[in-house]
Ligand binder design. Structure first.
Ligand code: C2G
Length: 136
């Protein structure tokens, strides 16, 4: 049994999230996803996600290629999570290229190409722009 682990906020779920989770699962038999906590997001980005951590975790755990979800409380705990879940490989999008190479002593680490042209930030901007058009 080969266990894959990945991490992310997965706020306002979109096709880029689906693509990376599907491709992550294809690297093994079991996919574990660490969904970053609201507090972790606030400390990294000075804003809270649109969806709460409970809703984000629920949405991700309902995807057919996701086997288990937990809340990622701190970026620094990745090594502990890798050990706890017995992960054989850590997968991240290539916006994180090189950032988690220190965990190569614990498991394989691979970065997959991001899906072009979509992000939660752009989606929020797009929705806002449409609202402004309607209002004008
Ligand atoms: N992603 C992607 N293509 C996109 C957008 C995101 O492949 N167009 C990938 C990212 O590379 C990441 C995952 O989807 O691997 C989750 O992305 P985010 O929700 O933006 O997560 P992030 O804020 O990068 O949190 O411990 C790490 C953090 O929890 C990662």
């Amino acid at each position: 049994m080969r266990t894959v682990i990945t991490f992310g906020t997965f706020d306002v779920l979109h096709i880029g999230h689906i693509n990376i989770l599907r491709r992550a699962k294809a690297h093994g038999d079991r996919l574990i996803v660490g969904v970053s906590s609201d507090a972790l997001n606030f400390s990294k980005k000075q804003r809270y996600p649109v969806y709460s951590e409970a809703d984000r975790a629920e949405i991700i755990s309902s995807l057919q290629f996701v086997d288990e979800v937990f809340i990622e409380e701190s970026l620094e705990l990745k090594g502990e999570y890798i050990k706890k879940f017995g992960a054989d490989i850590l997968i991240m999008g290539n916006d994180w290229e090189g950032r988690f190479d220190i965990f190569k002593e614990l498991c394989e680490v691979e970065y997959l190409p991001r899906t072009e042209g979509i992000s939660t930030t752009e989606l929020i901007a797009e929705i806002k722009a449409r609202e402004d058009n309607v209002a004008a």
